[in-house]
Write a new protein. Structure first.
Length: 193
């Protein structure tokens, strides 16, 4: 199945705290309409917002939101990718980030919310297994084209990485405004190794 990017659904995915909200903001600023509902407000952990659509979490039971998603960008956490209906084409921008940074950012967010942090070692193991599983699944998902974008490289080499995204989306987004969105000051959980 091959459809134009105007009919495809652009999906921003990855682990929690991997840069998915940043990529959604970049795509939106670059000219691609973001499919969101604004229910999750910006906070100290994501001061520019989360760019989420609550209905995505219920896709397995009710995929009705898909009907209005063609030509838009929507955030779908990597655990939910297999629930997307296979009768559509998706362009998946999959965010990768150093795992220590993801874990540190996740811990910080849970602490801010007063929620239990849990065992970081077991969370790391779950994340590693999940990434192996989802990347294997994606290789066989003929309805999904995937571009992997490294968050760390996006921050250090924004024009290069945004250019890759622009090419992947057949030029439907504008590089300059996307690059301008990146604020290194918001890159707070750095891997210091």
């Amino acid at each position: 199945m091959t459809v134009s990017t105007t009919d495809a659904i652009t999906v921003v995915s990855g682990l929690p705290r991997s840069g998915t909200s940043l990529m959604m903001q970049m795509l939106h600023t670059g000219g691609l309409t973001a499919l969101t509902d604004g229910l999750r407000a910006a906070d100290d952990d994501n001061p520019r917002g989360y760019y989420e659509l609550e209905a995505v979490k219920a896709t397995e039971r009710d995929p009705a939101w898909i009907e209005r998603a063609a030509g838009h960008a929507v955030k779908v956490i990597s655990y939910l990718l297999p629930q997307l209906p296979a009768d559509r084409e998706y362009r998946v921008v999959f965010m990768r980030r150093h795992l220590d940074e993801i874990l540190s950012s996740q811990r910080r967010m849970l602490e801010h919310r007063g929620e239990p942090v849990g065992d970081e070692s077991s969370m790391r193991d779950r994340f590693v297994r999940h990434l192996e599983d989802i990347e294997t699944w994606l290789r066989g998902a003929v309805h999904m084209r995937v571009l992997f974008v490294n968050y760390n490289r996006l921050i250090s080499h924004p024009a290069e990485q945004v250019g890759r995204v622009c090419d992947f989306l057949d030029g439907r987004v504008n590089v300059e405004p996307m690059v301008a969105v990146i604020d290194p000051a918001l890159y707070r959980q750095r891997d210091r190794r």
